[in-house]
Design a protein around this ligand. Sequence first.
Ligand code: ATP
Ligand code: CA
Ligand code: CA
Length: 434
Amino acid sequence: RVVVGTKVDENHANWVTAYNMLTGIRVSVSRTNAKIDRELTDADFEAKQKSTFDITGNELVPSAKYDFKFKDYAPWVFRRLRALFRLDPADYLMSLTGKYILSELGSPGKSGSFFYFSRDYKYIIKTIHHAEHKFLRKILKDYYNHVRENPNTLLSQFYGLHRVKMPYGKKIHFVVMNNLFPPHRDIHTTFDLKGSTIGRDYREENLEENPRATLKDLNWLRRKRHLELGMEKKRLFLEQLQRDVVLLKRLKIMDYSLLIGIHDLSRGNEENLRGKTLQVFNPGGEKAQDDDPHGTLLRTPSKLENARKARELRQMIRQERPIPMGQIPDTMPDELGEGDSRAGIFNQDDGGLRATHENNSPAEEIYYLGVIDCLTHYGMIKKIEHFWKGLSSDRTQISALPPDQYGDRFYNFVEGITMSPEAARREAQLRDQE
Ligand code: ATP
Ligand code: CA
Ligand code: CA
């Protein structure tokens, strides 16, 4: 679940990895940001920049707590992508750095990927398989052009592609991307929809124990849910989805899904008080001070002080000056999530889309949606299948559909669920009359 995670502090098994990831991002992103903007060249898509960190540092790489190697891929392309996605460079750096940096979601998928949230929940770091990494580099130009032509794309927004390697450790590839779900709103129900029914069921009897589990296609159908967008938003949504699926089919991508987070306005935010969340993140950590009932995450210089630091940081980026670590505020001025600054037609209502009836009157839900897990190439699935085939004769669970069929099935399913309840009722009446 998005809001509840394990705080990654010095005692956490992945502390060093997480710390190094963020140090690498901070140094490489501020290095690229510090240069004067220029047009992209073909070489930018292939580019990679390697840095070696150690405790002494040198004129190119500042000193770091631990020894590690860091690779930044296509830094100029991702700088452009961040701009196309309307991210503020200073906000990006501030979100991904600071003292209490991340919370870890463990590995929610079967893939073995790890997910980390930036401390303000705006960004997700996902470790990816080497094959996914190579694939993203291969399709980067297509992806970039697609984002340029479709600034409101529903596809995962990639903000950075990096690799970290510790002494004697494995190479860890990871992407930074958007958290589809807002920091300031409870998500009451989550669905991950592929348009397939095989194995696409979350056992609802487990919901009691795990009320925020991600539900799947069969749960959606059983609950007779509708994605109610009203006429206008529905048209925009399906048009964009169509264009996105055309790209996914052309690049032979599959296994992606539509992630839907639903905020129920009638339930509000009562379950996700920030203070509560912070306590979860401070299990046995440093003791909260008496004047700070919320725990150490909030024990920071005053808001004013942070706002000043944030202003200075913005100025440094604008003036292309190098940024010392202490310059990055421990807590951002907007850490408590006053509103959501995401721009885009699918984020127009408090960071998401307000559910809307057919007659255009608003309904009591906000949807947060996007297409995720879109780095699986058909060839990889085929290889995995082949491997399993050797082990067992039961392939039904993993039988891979070619990307064209996958995309059509996916689109048709999503189009189907956007039918309004009113239209579904009319259709049923017609059927009854026959
Ligand atoms: P698998 O390949 O087994 O499906 P994976 O490790 O590739 O798993 P994803 O499918 O990318 O993982 O994501 C797993 C879950 O993590 C999603 O169902 C969703 O709950 C959450 N998640 C992933 N990406 C995002 C995102 N951008 N915003 C919010 N939540 C996300
Ligand atoms: Ca997935
Ligand atoms: Ca996956």
